[in-house]
Design a protein around this ligand. Sequence first.
Ligand code: DON
Length: 567
Amino acid sequence: MKKTTLSILLAFLFAPLFCQAQLVPFPYTFQKEVVSDTGMVVTAHPLATKVGLEILKKGGNAIDAAVAIQFALAVVFPEAGNIGGGGFMIFRDAKGKKVLALDYREKAPAAAKEKMYLDSMGNVMPNKSRYGTLSCGVPGTVDGMWQAQFYNGRLTWAQVINPAIELADKGFQITEQEAQNLNAEKLTFARNCSLSPAFVKYDNWKAGDWLIQKDLAETLRRIAGDGREGFYSGPTAALIIKEMERKGGLITLEDLKAYKSEWRTPLEFDWKDLHITTMPPPSSGGIILRQLLGMVDDYPLKSYGFHSTAAVHLMVEAERRAYADRATHMGDPDFWKVPVKTLTDSVYIKARMVDFKPDTASNSSKVFAGGIKESEETTHFSVVDRDGNAVSVTTTLNDSYGSRTVVAGAGFILNNEMDDFSAKPGVANMYGAVGGKANAIAPNKRPLSSMTPTIVSKAGKNWLILGTPGGTTIPTSVFQVIVNVSEFGQTLPEAVQAKRFHHQWKPNQISAEEGCFSEEVAAKLERMGHTIHYRESIGRMEAIMRLPNGKWQGVADGRGDDSAGGY
Ligand code: DON
């Protein structure tokens, strides 16, 4: 019998024994609200939450826990947790003396071309930027984690990766939601992988099945042993290149070697009694959040009331204008001069609302970006450690399971982040976002993101740590949770679980979760000229708040397997 066949057989026979090793017994409890004195972790999966908590209890700081969570999610939450993708991290220490923004966003390969997704007629071929190796940006996660932990961690690199290695090697039991997601992608995996990956099973997956990822465990061991080089050179890099060669991808060894995450200056601003620290470009998220809060500033949102016609109309009109700016002005700051100063200037922001009419919807085809002279699947986690340091991370493969390409022999999924570029001016990407020159494809450029990892402080102290997946709906979801607590007086659980809505200029419609608006409010909005499009859930928010008694409250979104844990 071949060695691999034997090991699969043994793994199968002894699978139940692994229950001992699994950190959380199955079926999992998804803790949605937790209050604790010392540390808090909220992630998309109870096993990743447990990994983060264990690291904090061992004396690791918030960065150690965040790095351990990122690697653990790459194992237990393969639709978005990743080592083959990228993300952003915001860090703010307890006193606000050290504030960091780490950009480990994927980059276009050096061989990428502006029109690479257009056919001979000049039409976009959407599948090319969504599936398979041609859709992959050069992954940033491992370099990002290496940078974050090397400069700011307290534990050893191996200590923060070991829990992920164990989960990959021994396996873990999958949830109902994961089983459904994997079953839904069986064919796309089969089409886009050169070897059948651990995620594909002959029969359908069901809740409680064990997912064992031996190749991924080996890759993680190489990363644990050799740091970033365990990914960007040596056997892992060779396996990535082989996959590219087999399937016509563009990433080369030089691309991998040259990848470098960047420490950016965080975007910081005051709003009312709050101080907000969030992500600058290449994410559009921080600028949009700044604009939305600034645009509603002069209106009595509080007295309008939560989900009232006046509040929704105001927020939606602000969103329409902010997303018009996104489409024209925002892109990778290393390639395009993003006019951050103007876009975040309060005079400019207020001027954007001069044509706002309190009783009529604007028409997106008549709303343009401001004139400026100055040259569904991602995942979020929030962490606070015993010293009150906070980390807010949003990380992604882009949509669920990214390119659906698993690097054969290395066991991890590659992103399809190239779809976040504007393949052609004015043509929508998978999130319906349009763009132009600012976000056009270019070699080594980072695609514009909407991810908005955010830390809100009050009187100098970290107060609210939050973020969510959701593509272009991310900034508007973060906006809603902030105003839900600060303006509408909701508790954090209420604010996170509340139904959400979204407008992004184009298409000219309000997207909303079913049941978001009362019949009366919906009818009034429609009479004002708004179109409402009801859709499935928006985002999966993971938030932590400091309560007035000094304790931390962790709240995990009720829309998924998300789980909070504290001690
Ligand atoms: O960077 C971005 O904005 C997107 N790639 C995020 C994708 C996402 O949130 C998908 N989740 N539903």
